[in-house]
Design a protein around this ligand. Structure first.
Ligand code: PRX
Length: 647
């Protein structure tokens, strides 16, 4: 289906920091002379002592090393808070909108400084020092942002664990990086329901399962009665009651770690993606300003969760580094009704909205109801992130939420990239619905074939990035070898993204989705291997294979093939039990959408599961199964298809 090209609106161009000519000039400079370009743009953040070296990076096999601004010193929290106090002390830094529509709060930069400094002193009191790891398992309340910034202030490395993860997932992450203190809340609140965060942490730490943890800091959110084990557990309000409200920000080297964020890969346990301080801050703040065409008085809302990279870069670090007003939303876009997003936009006069296609599709399924309770006249720019946006959802977002006035920036990036990589700029880029369009400054995307040959012209291939950029992840926590193996071994001297993409005749990029065994379910990244390992721990299951399949709202759904242990009676109760098992052992976001009890799985003679075939069957595509000649037992496929048809 051909969709129209949406030209840059005249008013967007007139207002923008970057129009098309500026984009083209700056992009060329960033590629032709990266050292000079980044030497200049690195200065957008505040340094305690300036850098003299800009880039020192190598993607060479066996010698991957990424350093930016390596001799400069700074503090990320200082950049997000202190440096605004002269000009913006009374400006609202965070607008917090509660799950309950009648509850909201505005926190000025001055207050933010006060809260963060006290939180930082509280952490120091618990013995947290520069370089220590601190886990943050919090709902979307301002204290989650205070916690992140407090860690950054004292040089502790935070690892935010999404509030939807189960106790096992918490324990794995805490143990992988040796967390000293866990910060959590009594309960979380979302869509009128509560999540037992403190109880989940208790379960994760039970029986000395996480020996590195000395303390659990508990923030009161719902004031529910929760188990409390002093002296391990400490209430946040008690901890900060009599600490000083001044806390000197630690002097950090540009390459000192800022945070670790776990994300799913195609194999094994989640990977601890490490971001360092200088390059990340430059990247987060610069992309935030240009991609959303952010201006000083804008109210900016990224509707992600701080548990994901989008929340790190575009709720906390990017906007606060720019002195912006960032809106933090505790709830769900559909609660209490489908009009909630628009109502929040009107309530706080939001100018920029950044959300995910899965939320857009959920609202779209209700026709125009999402737009009927609001005017949204303050809106100027819309953003999309996390998964490919289908043109129908794009057009709906453009017309229904944006009233056909607001450019949409479809931003492609990853946990590993730190910030936005391929994206339109509102005042510069003509839009094609479904395309992430063109690279940001300094980014050299390329398409390669399976052998690593770079492809030219309008073509489809595997998406790689040929040169480093400041926001790039530096390593995986404690496993540099896996870092090299995962991202730099497939194609020599290039960063492999794991995504496929197409380039059209205008050099626009269209991301087609993951080409590895990573699923993208409602914008959440999940490894098939992770889900499979939980499944085979269930007593009724002897073997499991997980694939993605097209899903109208979630983008991808989780399709599970399971083989029952012999003698097990397979019935609806067991199917439900398996579904609940994955929810509780891993996370509700990993809940299988479809469970297929299979008699056997298609394997090659060497025993490798042929996932290509499983994906086709899950998608109901029984024709064109491709080459099945290497199957050990071709009849397995027929019985799986029969099975699928009879569901
Ligand atoms: O497949 C791509 C998809 O999300 C993956 C990265 O997931 P994660 O690390 O969780 O970060 C999500 C938020 C940045 C990518 O490999 N993805 C992200 N943005 C887009 C996208 N796919 C298509 N279009 C996008 N705009």
């Amino acid at each position: 289906m051909q969709h129209e090209v949406h030209k840059v609106p005249a008013d967007a161009k007139a207002r923008a920091h970057i129009d098309n000519d500026t984009y083209l000039t700056m992009y060329q400079e960033s590629i032709n002379n990266p050292d000079a370009f980044w030497k200049e743009h690195g200065q957008r953040i505040s340094w305690f002592s300036p850098y003299t070296k800009v880039q020192n990076t190598s993607f060479a096999p066996g010698d991957v090393s990424i350093k930016w601004f390596e001799d400069g010193t700074l503090n990320a929290c200082y950049n997000c808070v202190d440096r605004h106090l002269t000009e913006r002390a009374d400006k609202t830094a965070i607008i917090w909108e509660g799950d309950d529509p009648s509850v909201s709060e505005e926190i000025s930069y001055q207050q933010l400084h006060h809260e963060v400094s006290r939180f930082a002193n509280g952490l120091k009191k618990l013995g947290v020092e520069k370089g220590d790891r601190v886990a943050i398992y919090m709902p979307m309340v301002p204290e989650a942002a205070y916690a992140m910034l407090a860690c950054a202030r004292i040089g502790a490395v935070h690892t935010v664990i999404f509030g939807g993860f189960s106790p096992n997932a918490i324990a794995d992450r805490v143990n992988d990086c040796g967390v000293k203190v866990v910060i959590t809340a009594d309960e979380g609140r979302r869509g009128g329901k509560t999540t037992p965060l403190k109880a989940n942490v208790d379960e994760a730490l039970k029986n000395d399962r996480c020996p590195s943890v000395n303390h659990v800091v508990v923030c009161r959110v719902t004031h529910a009665d929760v188990a409390f084990e002093a002296p391990r557990d400490v209430w946040l309000d008690q901890l900060v009651k009599d600490v000083a409200s001044e806390c000197q920000p630690e002097v950090m080297n540009a390459e000192d770690p800022l945070f670790i964020l776990y994300t799913s890969g195609s194999t094994g346990k989640p990977k601890g993606v490490l971001h360092t301080t200088g390059g990340y801050m430059v990247w987060a703040s610069m992309t935030h300003e240009y991609v959303f065409d952010y201006h000083e008085d804008d109210v900016y809302w990224c509707a992600a969760d701080v548990g994901w990279i989008t929340g790190h870069s575009y709720i906390v670090y990017g906007p606060l580094a720019n002195g912006a007003t960032t809106l933090m939303f505790e709830g769900l876009p559909t609660y209490p009704g489908v009009g909630r997003i628009g109502e929040i936009i009107d309530k706080h006069s939001v100018n920029i909205l950044y959300t995910a296609p899965t939320a857009i599709r959920a609202l779209m399924s209700k026709g125009t109801a999402a737009a009927e309770t609001s005017t949204r006249k303050s809106l100027r720019t819309l953003g999309s992130v996390g998964e490919p946006i289908n043109p129908e959802a794009w057009e709906w977002y453009y017309k229904t939420i944006g009233d056909s006035r607001c450019p949409i920036v479809d931003t492609w990036w990853q946990t590993e990239t730190g910030g936005i990589m391929i994206t339109p700029l509102p005042g510069a880029t003509d839009l094609k619905p479904g395309s992430a369009t063109r690279p940001f400054f300094g980014i050299q995307p390329a398409l390669v074939d399976a052998e690593g040959n770079e492809l030219s012209g309008a073509v489809e291939g595997n998406l790689v990035i040929n040169e480093s950029w400041p926001g790039q992840s530096r390593t995986l926590w404690g496993d540099h070898e896996r870092f090299e193996q995962t991202y730099f071994s497939a194609y020599k001297n290039r960063y492999f993204t794991g995504d496929g993409a197409r380039r059209d005749e205008d050099d626009y990029f269209w991301i087609t989705g993951r080409v590895d065994d990573v699923l993208n379910v409602s914008g959440h990244r999940l490894g098939t291997a992770e889900i499979e390992s939980v499944l085979v721990e269930h007593k009724a299951i002897s073997e499991a294979a997980v694939v993605g399949y097209p899903h109208d709202i979630k983008g991808q759904g989780i399709y599970v093939y399971v083989i029952a242990m012999s003698g097990t009676e397979v019935n609806d109760a067991l199917t439900k039990e398996v579904r609940d098992w994955v929810r509780s052992e891993l996370s509700p976001i990993a809940t299988p959408d479809f469970i297929h009890w299979a008699p056997d799985l298609p394997k090659t003679r060497s025993g490798k599961i042929m996932r290509r075939i499983l994906r086709k069957i899950a998608a109901n595509e029984f024709e064109n199964l491709g080459d099945t000649s290497t199957l050990a037992d071709p009849s397995v496929v027929d019985s799986l298809i029969d099975n699928r048809l009879n569901k």
